[in-house]
Design a protein around this ligand. Structure first.
Ligand code: GLN
Length: 485
């Protein structure tokens, strides 16, 4: 049952071979056994989860179940969930119990899914290694001395170690795809505006997007059917017709044109990752796809552009944590200004402070044009690179991350080398495009490698189709980490 797909679990629940309460308990037991070594969850509340499971069982008995009714999902702790601690991995919100549900949580609740708990993450989703969480680092189930990636590392580790059937993540510059790659799971960052950001704690609002993290593309499609959709409470939510993300899964790949960006197979890509990705591309050719070389000439600008824009937005978004309205407040202070200063000095970790300072600097009157405006212009050029590329191909493929999981602590003292782990993912957010990561083999030391698939705007169904056909032909996504054997 731990390895069953969402479709299989749904079938077992419908046939009453298992109840939602039993299923939920199975995963709660698994969390109790393995979470101490992984630290993938910040909050688990068996009573709350089981109460939801009982309601789901009633709904199933009444014949009113949907595709995900009764299935437990882990939720990244960036989503506000009513009466659940919603910490965003920060001391600032360590005592914050959300008074309302995020749109994503609401959608899962409406579908009758069970909230299995809140997963660990880099503080305010800033990071690529899950080492910046106030609640301690997360470990990678493939090698517990290595990072799970970030910032959705708790969700990724939980899915990989079968602590949950699937989970949610958010991706501002790679935080769904990079941890998916490092843990051997499948993750999708949708087109910007597809999934409402309402109740999702903001990092960089023009880049943040929630998406599914699961074992397979088929599971991701089912989750997208629940997560996506217009929401008037998010001004950037797109008013589009509801779509069935599973609709194209079974289409053959004959004639699919895959663009391979020259810049993604260049210096900086480690040899073991390159080998696995090349083998995956060979498999795609066997499946009937053709590959064409393309160029994304402004790739090298994506990290500097992101590290101006994301901190700028973050410095503004995080201004709300002032110790007045909610969250942490310094226990001792003098006047109001001193209270703000002590609260923010004590409540935020080092990486968050670094970003707030960079963001405040690039937005300051004297530098605004030189940094922020300039970065906005370059963002446009990066988006235009993709526009040109999609005239030559249907999807773009390449490595998700330049290396496999690195050692805990390896990059902690070198922020720039940490930032480079997102070199292939960040441009996708800057352009607002959908991207996914699919397990495509193993590198040195048996560590998982991810293949990135990038589509044009709203091409999620086509990407899921490409991923699903590959997963029918390969079994990388079914391999279990040593911790599970
Ligand atoms: N690693 C990137 C950062 O630190 C991206 C994080 C994300 O996507 N949330 O900002």
């Amino acid at each position: 049952m731990l390895n069953a797909s969402l479709k299989e679990l749904s079938g077992l629940l419908a046939a009453k071979k298992i109840s939602s309460v039993e299923l939920t308990q199975t995963f709660l037991d698994r969390i109790a056994a393995l979470n101490p070594s992984l630290n993938a969850f910040i909050t688990v509340d068996a009573e709350k989860s089981l109460a939801q499971a009982r309601v789901a069982d009633e709904r199933i008995a009444a014949g009113k179940a949907g595709a995900l009714t009764g299935i437990p999902f882990a939720q990244k702790d960036i989503f506000c969930a009513r009466d659940w601690l919603s910490t965003c991995g920060s001391k600032m919100l360590a005592n914050f119990s959300a008074p309302y549900d995020a749109h994503v949580i609401e959608q899962f609740n409406r579908a009758g899914a069970v909230n299995l708990g809140k997963t660990n993450m880099d503080e305010f989703a800033m990071g690529s290694s899950n080492e910046t969480s106030f609640f301690g680092k997360v470990r990678n189930p493939w090698d517990v001395d290595r990072v799970p990636g970030g910032s959705s590392g708790g969700s990724a580790a939980a899915v990989a170690a079968r602590l949950c059937p699937a989970a949610t993540g958010t991706d501002t510059g790679g935080s769904i795809r990079q941890p998916a790659a490092l843990n051997g799971i499948t993750g999708l960052k949708p087109t910007y505006g597809t999934v409402s950001r309402y109740g999702m704690i903001a990092f960089a609002s023009s880049l943040d997007q929630a998406g599914p993290m699961a074992r397979s593309a088929e599971d991701c499609a089912l989750m997208m059917n629940v997560m996506a959709g217009f929401d008037s409470r998010d001004s950037t939510s797109l008013e589009r017709e509801k779509e069935d993300y599973s609709r194209d899964l079974d289409k053959p790949l004959q004639g699919l044109r895959i663009g391979l960006p020259r810049e993604y197979f260049a210096e900086g890509l480690s040899a073991d990752v390159a080998r696995a990705v090349e083998a995956a591309l060979a498999e795609y050719r066997r499946l009937g796809a053709e590959t064409v070389e393309i160029s994304l000439p402004n790739t090298r600008l994506s990290i500097p552009v992101y590290y101006v824009l994301a901190p700028a937005e973050a410095s503004s978004n995080l201004a709300r944590y002032d110790g007045v309205r909610y969250g942490y407040r310094a226990p001792e202070y003098g006047d109001l200004t001193d209270m703000y200063q002590k609260t923010r000095a004590q409540g935020f970790g080092a990486e968050v402070k670094r970003r707030i300072m960079i963001g405040t600097y690039v937005l300051s009157a004297g530098y605004y044009d030189a940094y922020y405006i300039q970065a906005q212009k370059l963002r446009r050029l990066i988006a235009q690179d993709f526009e040109a590329a999609f005239r030559q191909c249907d999807v773009i493929m390449g490595p998700t991350s330049p290396t496999t999981a690195f050692r805990l602590g390896e990059k902690s003292d070198d922020p720039v080398s940490m930032y480079l782990s997102d070199i292939y993912t960040i441009a996708v957010n800057l352009a607002g495009l959908p991207g996914m990561s699919v397990p495509c083999g193993f590198g040195d030391g048996g560590l998982p490698v991810g293949l990135q698939i990038v589509g044009n705007y709203f091409a999620e169904a086509r990407m899921l189709n490409a991923a699903h056909q590959y997963q029918l032909a390969t079994d990388w996504h079914l391999r279990l980490p040593p911790l599970c054997e």
